[in-house]
Write a protein that binds this ligand. Structure first.
Ligand SMILES: N[C@@H](CCC(=O)N[C@@H](CS)C(=O)NCC(=O)O)C(=O)O
Length: 230
């Protein structure tokens, strides 16, 4: 695809999932969200391309206009592409009828699922992305210890809000918003995984830990974990 073909990007025909390629990195928590969604929805991409973001391979792909924003995850299909894990999960969910509905059909419940998902995807994850950590280190000369402090701080700050929201919203569980896992759980599992990986104390976030652990124990999540995807 080149800029002058951008206007002819094709929509998936007849509202069904096309045969598509998934651009992945095993440790990317945004890709981990999408992998969990694949398993819940019983979807298998036709092709998986693993890109090592530590080596900048996701940027090399911009050259082919495959991943215009230079980040994983992304989808591409004949004549089209989609980026942003939340949009990608909604796309999968909309084009596959299987349960669970990751974005609930009820508009109010859907907004609550997006609320938690976006608290993770917009308010926590971007601050701790590899390019931000690299920028802090390479350009601002911030030490590794201070970067670790930064990393933990933004998870703790973000989780404090999510914990309060979950306590107010939960109607008895067992998942973040009720009896089925939703986009909210799908986003919490990788973020809790990252928190543990960087030794963020989680004792003040019992609701987050409870719902994330419940979803993480499900086969759909286990098969999507960085260990399983490596
Ligand atoms: N908002 C994007 C975030 C994508 C993103 O930041 N991906 C990370 C991996 S989790 C990445 O490609 N990082 C490469 C870098 O930081 O250079 C989404 O949800 O898909």
């Amino acid at each position: 695809m080149s800029p002058d073909t951008a206007t002819s990007i094709k929509k998936p025909e007849d509202g069904r999932l096309p045969s598509f390629t998934f651009y992945n990195y095993f440790r990317s928590s945004a890709a981990y969200r999408v992998r969990i969604a694949f398993n819940f929805k019983g979807v298998k991409p036709a092709r998986i391309v693993d890109l090592d973001i530590r080596q900048g391979e996701q940027k090399a792909a911009i050259l082919g206009d495959v991943i215009p924003h230079g980040l994983v995850p992304a989808f591409s299909w004949d004549g089209g592409f989609l980026t942003q894990s939340i949009a990608m999960i909604e796309w999968l969910d909309t084009l596959t009828p299987q349960m669970p509905r990751l974005v609930p059909v009820d508009p109010q419940e859907a907004s609550h699922a997006r609320e938690i998902a976006l608290a993770v995807a917009c308010d926590i994850h971007p601050l701790n992305n590899l390019r931000v950590l690299n920028y802090l280190g390479h350009w601002l000369d911030i030490s590794e210890d201070a970067r670790l402090h930064w990393y933990r701080h933004w998870i703790e700050e973000g989780f404090a809000g999510v914990e309060r929201i979950l306590r107010l919203r939960r109607a008895g569980g067992p998942f973040a918003l009720g009896s089925q896992p939703t986009l909210a759980d799908v986003c919490l599992v990788p973020q809790v995984f990252n928190a543990r990986r960087f030794d963020v104390p989680l004792s003040t976030f019992p609701t987050i830990v409870e719902v994330a652990d419940r979803c993480e124990a499900m086969e759909a999540s286990r098969k999507a974990s960085p260990e399983a995807a490596a």
